[in-house]
Design a protein around this ligand. Sequence first.
Ligand code: NDP
Length: 276
Amino acid sequence: MILYGKPVADALLDNAASKIDNLAGKTPKLVIITNPNDPASQVYAKNKIKACVLCGINVETIAMPENSTTQQYLNLLAKLNQDKKVTGIIVQLPIHKTADEKIVSSAINKEKDVDGFLKDSYFPPCTPAGIIHMLDFYKGKGFLAGKNAVVIGRSEIVGRPMAKLLLDRDATVTICHSKTENLKDFTKHADVIISAVGKPNFLTSDMVKPNACVIDVGINRVNGKLVGDCDFENLKDLCDITPVPGGVGPMTVATLVHRLPILYQKQLQKEAEHEK
Ligand code: NDP
């Protein structure tokens, strides 16, 4: 079975839109801080803007000028953190090389961290959260319990939080990375494989057991074409697999948009408590 992201993402976006309808004319606002020099980050920002507009969310993009310093980012974030009209803030990575990505990313208020990148954020990062949602949709909520899951990649925004969410669902989890020896020994026994490496044709059919479930997080460009980490053509008849594009990507965006009315209501509640 091909696990398309679009129907799952559309259902999430519909749900977000109806939550916004219930806000009686009040509208959450997302601010995306972009790096106009990075074409990939521009594409990611554009997809988020499109989905927000569809759901009736206001979006503002702020393009940081070339050579922006850490302090310039911090000044802007301090202003946005204080601004009651701003519900969520995204610093679209990568930022300008003249600023420190870690310092900048961690300066967003937890109340406005829609990406879920902060350690104490209300939410886990969007990509792994979206993948769990997708697995629930296609496989049912109890599917992961007792399954042998292999996550390839150990980044802070995909691999590590993915492993935690799988563990929270009672899967038996192995995290593999560039120093893992004999990767195939792990993947070949996995019921679920999450590939978040960023290398085309990395996961091939000889590495996967029949009827496994493969989630391809990778985004790579080959001859101008977008592809994932997996040899999709040879895997699609062997196991369940997400396509690239059209698999995990739409889920990441929809998960993010779905959080905005939730954050908005939390902020309204907090304000009301202050006023008491
Ligand atoms: P990182 O580059 O931060 O992490 C890549 C991981 O892959 C690292 O942990 C690295 O190991 C591991 N790796 C590299 N080579 C090998 C190898 N030969 N064998 C096993 N592991 C290896 O990337 P991200 O986690 O940020 O993203 C991963 C991919 O997912 C990228 O293609 C990115 O574009 C895509 N992505 C897609 C999203 C979506 O919405 N679809 C969202 C976010 C990311 P080590 O730690 O040892 O270096």
